[in-house]
Design a protein around this ligand. Structure first.
Ligand code: GLA
Length: 726
């Protein structure tokens, strides 16, 4: 008996296969550990979604897949029945996942399920056009136990003639019908990225997109749906994020029959991709997850998933404390000036020193030099080596800034290769920040850029690259290829950017990368696979940052979020205390970007202390579980985050107050994610709380009753750390 019971227990502990097919049936269950995605083939031969939500893994429960019928001749079963990958064709009017022009001008695709096979955690389902012209492989990959799966579509021309793909989406996410869903996403602009938006979806479509060639500051390719009342801690949330750093589109659609579906993939705007017989085109990956406990669980699931599966070094290394000289010097960089700043940064405990724009070519302003990646001999008469040696001698890593995809017309590169810049023949070339975009879809341009960067990393002991991109595409012409292929520029540019990074990473495995595009203009899950961190926003003003960081944290891992302490009055004219600025930046991967030459001794001393504190809590912040306790979008001027270490031994709570108000008391902040019966010793590190350093409190008290910050002046902040008592 006892042995049997033990065996049963052991069987339970074994991870079940994450992708399984129902015996003898065309039905598959994808099990992420906390959610299930079930698909099957219906009586019309279409691959359709059956269940997406909480975990349900018993095949017998999923019986017949019903075919919906319309109520008149104006509706059709194929339009009314959810479909895993609807193509434009037949009587179908929802947003399609595929639109193609086949031989003889046929623009109708009728995809039927063909076959499927499972390979470990991967399911491939093949759909074929009834006339054999197209084959679509839907790829599903489960990351077992992570709560996340991803899907992708690969379309192949199986006809004997050329076809043109006009729209390719990664897939569609159908949610249970007849609910008034609320869409959550982030939008904004340069220096104001990541502003959370929420709206109830009415009948019709809400489009989130980028047409800028990059991921965009204006919108970011993630979305979440809930029934309208989900909070940080409660309610179901279905969410997704697209991994693509070029033009993308997310269409949230409330259909006339009450269904809600989200389609995501390449933006079909100005999209056209010819496929010769046998050629294929793959969509970006669409990552999907489901939370039963609100937006907080959504974020924690994504953060852990990203650290363990996507982010470079995400599970292996803590991010170093960084100093960047941009705001201190702008283009006025010199060997001596940089050495002086490096000396000061080292005294603060900085671990990675980064020289920003201005070290190369004739780069004295933003009017010249981009494209000429040679060290400026006036600023660095002996090359970068003396500075790099100096920085290494101070026990810091050395990083530098590049913007390889760009060219100033006033540069040697442009004078030699004016045709390398994107343009339409004989038409204007519109500059932004006095620069043009190189047509990196061209393989010769790609190889030139790779060669230049590879040379720099080979010749100099560089540990870190900040890779910037400071304008969107314009006039995206590509005159050297046949007209039918010219619109491939949108996708090929991005692929070549990935290709350069992949090759650089392979040849220089010790070098780390930061993704930047004038701040947060190019942040997504595909670029995350190639960088250690992102530059969140050019707006480093601490009060604005609270909302920026909150929006970022909905989907992207804390560890990847670079956050600097900079000088005041800041770019928006606001002045906040140094303590507030530190505490805001310490909620991410800490950097310092102020002009240390101007910092009084008191600020330097205070900074050394804060850097030391950050190092003490950084594993908890960077790799722990984030709980957003009070939103900066709230009405009482109080915001707060807390982080609980993976081993549960440390937790920290940040609290901020924007303005002193005599209107109401501040509420207690209740921890989450502690152990109720554990005891924790309080340490008030900054600011004041109703609890004092040394007090020991139970997890239950801290989670059910909470601690109350005592924040008084304008822009006041506090940090309280808990350490579990053994
Ligand atoms: C962009 C970046 C900044 C800085 C400048 C340099 O704006 O986001 O951090 O590197 O370029 O020109």
């Amino acid at each position: 008996m006892r042995t049997l019971a033990l065996l049963a227990l052991a069987a339970l502990a074994l991870p079940a296969q994450s992708v399984r097919q129902a015996p003898g049936r065309n039905l598959w269950i994808l099990d992420t550990g906390s959610s299930s995605y079930v698909i099957g083939v219906n009586s019309a031969g279409a691959l359709v979604p059956v269940h997406w939500g909480g975990r349900a893994t018993n095949f017998e429960d999923f019986a017949l897949i019903p075919l919906s019928n319309g109520i008149s001749s104006f509706e059709s079963p194929e339009d009314m029945t959810p479909d895993e990958f609807p193509a434009f064709g037949g009587l179908r009017f929802v947003e399609p996942c595929l639109k193609a022009t086949l031989p003889n001008g046929v623009r109708d695709a009728a995809l039927k399920f063909d076959s499927a096979h499972i390979d470990g955690n991967r399911l491939e389902a093949i759909l074929r056009d009834i006339k054999g012209g197209l084959r679509v492989t839907l790829v599903y990959e489960v990351f077992p136990g992570s709560g996340v799966l991803r899907r992708q579509a690969i379309v192949e021309n199986t006809s004997a003639a050329n076809v043109v793909i006009e729209n390719l989406q990664s897939g569609v996410m159908e949610v249970p019908p007849s609910v008034d869903y609320r869409l959550t996403y982030s939008a904004g602009r340069w220096a104001g990225e990541w502003q959370l938006q929420q709206e109830i979806l009415a009948q019709g479509k809400k489009i989130l997109e980028s047409r800028e060639g990059t991921t965009s500051h204006r919108m970011n390719p993630w979305f979440a749906l809930d029934a309208g009342a989900a909070t940080e801690t409660s309610g179901e949330v279905w969410y997704g994020a697209l991994g693509w750093s070029g033009n993308w589109k997310v269409t949230a659609e409330r259909v006339h029959d009450g269904r809600t579906r989200v389609t995501a993939g390449y933006n079909d705007f100005d999209f056209s991709w010819p496929l010769k017989p046998g050629e294929k085109l793959a969509s970006p990956w669409l990552y999907l997850g489901y939370s039963r406990h609100g937006f907080g669980e959504m974020s924690r699931t994504m953060h852990m998933f990203e650290r363990e599966n996507l982010l470079q070094g995400g599970a292996a290394k803590l991010r170093p404390v960084l100093y960047n000289s941009w705001e201190a010097t702008t283009f006025d960089v010199t060997e001596d000036g940089q050495k002086t700043l490096a000396d000061k940064a080292a005294k603060l405990g900085v671990e990675l020193y980064v020289i920003d724009d201005g070290w190369f070519g004739a780069r004295n302003t933003d009017h010249a030099g981009l494209g000429d990646w040679v060290v400026n001999p006036k600023k660095f008469p002996n090359g970068l080596k003396p500075l790099i040696d100096h920085v290494h001698g101070l026990n810091m890593k050395f990083g530098f800034w590049v913007e390889p995809e760009m060219v100033n017309p006033d540069s040697d590169l442009y004078r030699a290769h004016p045709d390398w810049a994107m343009h339409f023949p004989g038409r204007p070339r519109t500059e932004a920040r006095n620069q043009l975009v190189l047509n990196m879809a061209r393989d010769d341009v790609r190889d030139h850029i790779f060669g230049v960067l590879d040379g720099l990393l080979t010749d100099n002991a560089i540990d870190f690259v900040k890779w910037d991109m400071n304008r969107p595409f314009g006039e995206p012409g590509w005159e050297n290829v046949p007209e039918a292929e010219q619109r491939e520029i949108w996708v090929k540019f991005v692929r070549n950017m990935y290709n350069i990074m992949d090759r650089l990473r392979a040849r220089h495995p010790g070098v780390e990368f930061e993704g930047c595009s004038g701040g947060g203009g190019r942040i997504d899950l595909e670029l995350m696979r190639r960088v250690e961190e992102f530059w969140t926003s050019d707006n480093t003003e601490a009060f604005d940052r609270l909302k920026i960081q909150e929006g970022y944290s909905y989907i992207y891992a804390t560890k990847s979020m670079m956050a600097w302490v900079t000088d005041v009055p800041n770019m928006n004219g606001r002045t906040t205390p140094l303590r507030y600025r530190y505490l805001v930046a310490m909620q991410g991967s800490l950097g310092i970007g102020g002009n240390l030459n101007k910092w009084p001794d008191a600020d330097m001393t205070y900074s050394s202390k804060m850097v030391e504190i950050y190092k003490w809590i950084r594993k908890t912040v960077q790799e722990g579980a984030l709980y957003r306790l009070a939103s900066p979008r709230g009405t009482n001027g109080l915001s707060s985050t807390s982080y609980v270490a993976q081993d549960g031994n440390q937790a920290c709570l940040f609290a901020f107050r924007d303005h002193q108000q005599y209107l109401r008391m501040l509420p207690a902040l209740r921890f989450q994610g502690l152990k109720g019966d554990s005891r924790y010793r309080v340490r008030v590190v900054e600011g004041a709380f109703d609890q004092k350093t040394g007090t020991v409190l139970s997890g239950d008290y801290l989670m059910q009753h909470g601690v109350t910050p005592e924040l008084t002046g304008d822009y006041d902040g506090g940090l309280l750390v808990l350490e579990r008592v053994p």
